[in-house]
Design a protein around this ligand. Sequence first.
Ligand code: AMP
Length: 609
Amino acid sequence: MEYAALVEVYDRLAETQSTHGKVAIVAETLAETSHEDLPMVLRLLRGELFAPWDPAELGVSSSLASRAVQRATGVAAEDVEAGWRETGDLGSAAARAVERQVQQTLVSETLTVEGVYEELRSLAGYEGAGSEDRRVDTVAGLLADADPDEATYVVRTALGHLRLGVGRGTVRDAIAAAFLGGDPDEPGETPGADVEAVEHALQVTNDPGLVAQTAADSGRAGLADLDLEVGRPVEVMLAEKTDSVEAAVADALEASDTGAAGGSEGDGGSGDTPPAPLAEYKVDGFRAQVHFEAGASEGNDGSAGGGDGGDGSGGGTGPQLFTRRLEDVTAQFPDVVDAMAGFDADSYIVEGEVVAHDPETGEPLPFQQLSRRIKRKHDVARLVESVPVVIYLFDLLYLDGESLLERSLLERVDALEGRLTERTREVERMPSLRSRDPDRVRAFYEEALAAGHEGLMVKTADATYQPGKRVGYTRKVKPTMESLDLVVTRAKWSEGRRSNNLGRLYLACRDGDTFREVGRLSTGFTDEQLAELTARLEPHILEQDGRDVDLEPTEVLEVGYEGVQRSPEYDSGYALRFPRFEGFRDDFDTAGADSLDRVESLYESQTDT
Ligand code: AMP
C-alpha cells in the first residue's frame, strides 16, 4: 500500500470534525485494507507504532527531527526552525522544507506504508554510540523520498504528535461498521450489538489489529471467542465512588445477582439472600497485572523475565508486570517478579496493588516515592533497597490455561488464596473481610485508615469480572473531604479498658473569639495517641461533672471526616460525619484552627456536587 493513500486518509481525518465523520472514514479505510495490513494500518491511524504495553521508544526529539529535515532537504537550520516557529508544528515545517528542497536526491523511491512503519519502528532498536546519528539518517532517508504531504505525517508520527482525533471509541465503532454490519433480522439484534461485541473483544485483547482481523474473518461469533492471553494485558475493572461505608455495603448487596447466587458457598448467601460483600483495604500504589506462563523461555522462579530491552517477542516469559495503563514495568520491579514465585500455578494473570513502604517503620509511603521506581530504568537494584514494595494481590483473572472472567469474585479470590502458597515481605493477599454488617465493615475501614491506607473497596461477592467497565460491582470508600484543624473544648473519661483516658472529644471551630462545636471524635487514635492526648488535656480541665469535663481550649487536632451536615445538636449548626483523628497540630495554636466560615463553605461545596 502506498503511503500517499494513507496520507490522503490523514488529510480527510484532519478536515473532519465530527466523530461520526471520522468513524466513517476509518471504517472505509479498514474495509479497503488487506487482511494482513490491518494491524499496521490501525496503529498508524492513531499515530502509534507499537502495542501499548511495548516499552519500545523511538527516541525522536524535536531537535533530532529538525536535524533530519535539514539533512534530507539541505534547507538551513534557521529556515527549518523559522518554519517551525511560524506554524508551531515541525511536520508543517518539514513539508515546507521539502517544497524548497535545495538538495536533489538522486533516486527517489515511492514511500510505502510498510516501509514507513518498519523504518520508524527500527529507530527503537538503535542503542549506544552513534545511535542518535543513525536515527537522524533513518528519518532523513524517509524524508528524502517524501513529497511535502508525506513529510508532514512522517515527522508527526516519528514525534508521536499525529493528533487526528482517532480515539479508541472511533476505532471500535469503525471496526464494527466495516466488518459486522449487524443483521437486523437476527433474533436478539440490537443496534449496539456489533459495537458491544467489538468492545468486549478489545477489552480482553487490547489488540485492535487482531480484533479487526477476527471481525473480518468470523464476525461476532469469532469476536466472542477471543479471550485472555498471557502477556497481553487486559483492561482493568474500575470502581465507583460511594459516600459512606454503609452505602457501599448496601450497594454491593444490591448489585448482587441474587438469583445466580445459589452456589454462593457458605457465608450467608443462600436462597434469596445475596452473599456477603467482600471488603478489602484500598491501598494507594499502582495497579499491577502480573502475567505468567511456565515452560516459556525463562521458567518460573528466579530472575526477572523479559529482561531489559529485548521486549515481548511473544511466546511468554517469566512473570511480567503491567500497569493499569498497560505499560510493561517488569524490569523496574525484579523484587516483585521474584516474589511471585510464591504463586503456585503453571499460568496466571493476577491483579494486585504495588505499594511502597518505609523500610524502617513499614508504613505505606506516598505514591511519589513509588513513581520514582516506576520511572527508573537504570540502577534499579539501589531503589529496590531504598523503596521496598509489597504487592497486595486482590484478583485472579486467568489460571492454568483457563479464563476466570465469568467466575464469581468469591471463586476467583478463593482460587487466588489457594495458590498463594508463600506470602513474603513482597507478596501478600490484600487484607479483606467478608461481612454484610455495616458496623463491622466500618470498623475494618477505620483499621485501614489507621494503618495509613486510603480506605476500602467493597465488592459484590458474586460479580463476574468486567474488563474496562465501571459496572457497579466494586465501589471505593475513602475520606473525600480535606481535613479540618479543630480545637478540643470538652471531653468524657472513657470506660472499660481505656478508663484512664479521656475519650469522646468535642471538637470546635473558631467563630471570632469563641469556639463553636462541630462534632465528637472517638476514633482514629491508637492507645498511645490517646494516652498522649489525655496527658496534654488533663492540665487544662476547667470543670468536671461526673465523667464529663470542660476544657480550656488549647489543643488543636487534625481531623478527617466524610462530610458535613446541618445539625441542631451543636452550637455551630453543623456536624461532621464520621470524624477521625489524623494527628496533633503542634505547629499552631487555637488561633490557627479552622473557622466556622470554612465549615460552612465546605458544607456548601459538597451540596453543590
Ligand atoms: P481510584 O483510582 O481511586 O478510582 O481507585 C481504583 C484503584 O484502586 C484501582 O485501580 C486499584 O489501583 C486501586 N486499589 C487499591 N486497593 C484495591 C483493592 N483492594 N481492589 C481493587 N483495587 C484496588
